[in-house]
Design a protein around this ligand. Sequence first.
Ligand code: KG4
Ligand code: ZN
Length: 352
Amino acid sequence: MTGGLILAVESSCDETGIAIVEDGRRIHANVVASQVAMHAASGGIVPEVAARAHLRWIVPTLDEAWATAGVTWGDIEAVAVTEGPGLAGSLLVGINFAKTLAYVQGKPLVPVNHLEGHLYAAWLADDTRPVPEPLFPLVALIVSGGHTFLIEMRDHLQYRLLGETVDDAAGEAFDKVGRLLGLPYPGGPAIMKAAEAAVRHDVVFPRAWLGDSFDFSFSGLKTAARRTIAVETDGQGTTIGEAALSPDRVAELADGFQESVIDVLVTKTLRAARQAGAKSVVLGGGVAANRVLRDRLADGATAAGIPLVVPRPALCTDNGAMIGAAAERRMAAGVRAGLDLDARPSLPLARR
Ligand code: KG4
Ligand code: ZN
């Protein structure tokens, strides 16, 4: 093979990802060095620690990507990298690494928006099961640790914001409530697992519908969960600790919380899809690894006659392949960065 492959670098948060992707669809390598275990010890991400870990792992991650793909620099057409949004120090490690590779190897440098990467993960092929290619117009729900939004796409690289969170991101709510329930970091997968053990499903937390708007709000739900947990742990609503909650109760509360988040996400996404006349619904971002969310949205989309496209869980959480998938489209559109490319921690994706 000569040419045609994109080497993609992702380092916006706490995963160091390097991938080699063909045509924005075929994955030749997708190596992720996760810092989750390290951040679990501190109960969350410490930005300086995350940036140092990227520095430590980025070269071994690249080495493993080369070994997995079995290709050489001659096969690589461009180097892609996440320019934002994300943690400044983490982004800079990936950006400087990608710049150096592009400069030394004489390859074009393609900057990618991290959120665009989560969207384009839906175009990646999957060896484990057939996935349909998304069709336009589409409505996409992107739910991650830092973002929650509904986007309408009528063509490639064209994004219209239908709604976003007005306070916490969905993943952030999972992480915070997970901590309140005494579950390990990150809260998302821990709450999903805990909720599976729920025998009774009678804990009902509030839903913030915000009228007809496609915006989301999760801070009221978080406060309601905090209050319930506080009352159940000491009756005073002051101390919060796992010791006072039995595993059964943790499971029921996790289930009630998860149901509330998913109900709002699924209902708004389906309403937006119907309103937009969507031919596909796309789900992406770390929270899209949640089995209940995937199943519930798949059922609703099927009932509405609109196919749901959702990447397998490992492609929903941060990875390099999704950056390579988006980079293919951006490259075709002529997008290039110079060696003065800088991190853009608050880079937006779309406007209303
Ligand atoms: O997209 P991502 O890997 O990183 C960001 O760009 O933020 O998303 C991480 C978020 C975390 O908040 C994590 O708790 C959540 O995704 N998450 C989940 C699940 N797996 C990861 N939330 C709910 N259920 C899951 N199974
Ligand atoms: Zn992400």
